[in-house]
Design a binder for this molecule. Sequence first.
Ligand SMILES: Nc1ncnc2c1ncn2[C@@H]1O[C@H](COP(=O)(O)OP(=O)(O)O)[C@@H](O)[C@H]1O
Ligand SMILES: [Mg+2]
Length: 277
Amino acid sequence: MRTRNGWRAGYIERCTSGSEGGSRKPAVAIQQGGGFLPYKTTSTINLAYGLARAKYRVLVIDSDAQSNSTYSLLGRLDSENTLADVLFSNARLADVIVGTKQPGLYLVPSSIDMSAADLIMASAPGRELKIKRALAPVISQFDYILIDTPPNLGVLTVNAFIACTHVIIPVALTTYALIGISILERTMQELRDNLDVTLPIFGVIGTLDDHTRMSSEVLTAIREHFGKLVFDTVIPRNIKIEEAHNQIASIYDYAPTSTGAQAYAKLTEEVIKRAKR
Ligand SMILES: Nc1ncnc2c1ncn2[C@@H]1O[C@H](COP(=O)(O)OP(=O)(O)O)[C@@H](O)[C@H]1O
Ligand SMILES: [Mg+2]
């Protein structure tokens, strides 16, 4: 659906808020993990680096008060000019976007203040729409927008669901994977019923593969359940992935020959191919 310089109509409808018309190039806004499944931050960061290295303009929005994406990309946490200012004080999103060491990769930082979002925003009018509305003026400046989310279904996760066009679901190939998926599916159903939000799944990432029988059984189960939505690339369990976060480095720079870097590079190619459909 997408070319480097333009978008075909069907996709544009899903990628914009509807009021922007078809002339501007919108972003694919992807929410990671649906909020509950683990490995959200890791898939956000590594896809974001991969897409930026492929010369796309990428925005990561860190909507988790734990600020792991923010720390992984910047190596510091700021108390000002964060998503909290946008959500609580109506700051413009454009004013809190910061660059990273990776050309083409930008970040809306999180703040620990956002841990009180559910309380602070409880009676705010249009509280579920804050991120979507704040994004509208900048959406055309990016090819991909990846939203990293908190682990619970609070006002921030609902904001992310409403702001994005698709979800990417990382699934650890371990015992509890299928429980997480059923919770996620129930939540997506509730969003459809209560808020009229229908979110297409962009893709399902099998991760933490340790080449055991358990891994391959869970992979088979998710392929049976999600079919072609499951990416061909499976991410291995690889310590370099964790180390790269701690080094505030891209896995592609920190350990380019590692199994983790190679898998995320292949996954990035699959994401690009799928977004063009
Ligand atoms: N493929 C992997 N191999 C090894 N460790 C991983 C892998 N993916 C993620 N991790 C580690 O697992 C932990 C949880 O992942 P994270 O992405 O932070 O989850 P979430 O953001 O959903 O809480 C992190 O310490 C991360 O570095
Ligand atoms: Mg996280």
